[in-house]
Design a binder for this molecule. Structure first.
Ligand code: PLP
Ligand code: COI
Length: 344
């Protein structure tokens, strides 16, 4: 194994020692196998390939200041995967099995866990559940394969805490009003690709979607939740079509703990003009400050309204929240909320 270039990690695929696999068939999960080859053999008729019978999770492990290895809130991801699987009508691992496999994959790939000293680096864990029995008709898969994957990662875009420019897509949605937006299913990401590619070509790092029913309120970004800060208040959208972000919930808790007010409520687009700080939040992006937020009648149009936050650096309130959460993750401060699972 060659040692990863810790200081230049990006959010991208790299091969590690092992991946874990278990298959659900005839009412039971097979014993967890550890595979060194990350190429799978599966039926070309698997439901995941045809009907997107797939859901996944994303969480992170960190090497602490004390040398201990910490995973951030794996039970929450396990519960969310179970919710996504229920939506797809497929079997999912229990919370206990999920957490045990997270620990196992980190242990088996410990050489790929970035050192404590590297800012913004961690091991990203990607639990993945796919329908794998051969099928032709549209129906939930009876057999599923659950994979536990991981890779060392750095910042999702640029460097940690680099501010980004983002754009509202008024003529594209990532989810339908009564659709799958609140579930972490692969299909949602496929549905966001067209608008994301247009935005990338225009020089934006992410797309901000509006509520698909009225397009009058802020929903979320393609791979993260939205938050805004006004005075001492942390504001984040309440909407049935956004993914319930574990990072966002954690930030709300931290904000309250640090004496801020928290409002989770519908956020009208006009309110974007009133925030002092705006950011993306999520496991991959952690907190990514937004510098310019551009609203256009439609993504490809020249006409635009630009909201600018700060001077291109992370705002003070967002930075405080970021530092607090990262300090818990890296064992620099006590975890007052019981969010850490140790890998012994
Ligand atoms: N929203 C979307 C669409 C996402 O893909 C993610 C990433 O998981 C999030 C929000 C943030 O969720 P979490 O904080 O649980 O990673
Ligand atoms: C995560 O933050 O874990 C995600 O799943 C985002 C991913 C789609 C890049």
């Amino acid at each position: 194994m060659s040692t990863p270039d810790w200081s230049n990690l990006t959010f991208s695929y790299s091969k590690t020692n092992t991946i874990l696999r278990t298959v659900y068939k005839d009412g039971a999960w097979s014993p967890v196998e550890s595979l060194t080859d990350d190429n799978l053999k599966l039926s070309a008729f698997s439901g995941c390939l045809h009907y997107a019978i797939e859901c996944f999770e994303g969480l992170k492990a960190f090497r602490g200041k004390d040398g201990k290895v910490r995973i951030f809130r794996p039970e929450e991801n396990a519960k969310r995967l179970r919710r996504s699987a229920e939506y797809l009508g497929i079997e999912a691992p229990s919370v206990e099995m999920f957490v045990d496999m997270c620990k196992q994959v980190v242990k088996e790939n410990i050489d790929f866990l970035p050192p404590y000293e590297v800012t913004g680096a961690s091991m990203y864990i990607r639990p993945t559940l796919i329908g794998t029995n051969p099928q032709l008709g549209v129906q939930s898969s009876k057999e599923c394969t659950f994979l536990m994957l991981c890779a060392p990662v750095g910042a999702y875009v640029g460097g940690a805490l680099d501010a980004v420019d983002v754009v509202i897509a008024r003529n594209y949605d990532r989810a339908a009003p009564n659709g799958s937006g609140s579930f972490k299913v692969g299909g949602n990401y496929a549905c966001s690709l067209y608008s994301l590619n247009v935005a990338h070509r225009l020089g934006y790092k992410a797309v901000l979607y509006l509520d698909p029913r009225t397009r009058s309120h802020v929903d979320e970004f393609n791979s993260s939740n939205f938050f805004g800060i006004k005075g001492n208040t942390y504001v984040t959208p309440e909407s049935p079509s956004i993914l319930p972000s574990i990072t966002n919930k954690s930030l709300e808790t931290v904000a309250r703990h640090l004496g801020m007010e928290v409002e989770r409520r519908p956020v009208p687009v006009e309110e974007l003009a009133t925030f002092e700080e705006v950011g993306e939040c999520g496991t991959a992006v952690v907190i990514t400050p937004v510098h310019k937020l551009v609203d256009k009648p439609f993504l490809e149009s020249e006409e635009e309204t630009v909201y600018t936050y700060g001077d291109g650096k992370c705002g003070p309130k967002s930075l405080k929240l970021y530092n607090y959460i990262v300090s818990i993750q890296k064992g620099e401060i006590e975890d007052p909320f019981g969010w850490i699972t140790y890998v012994e």
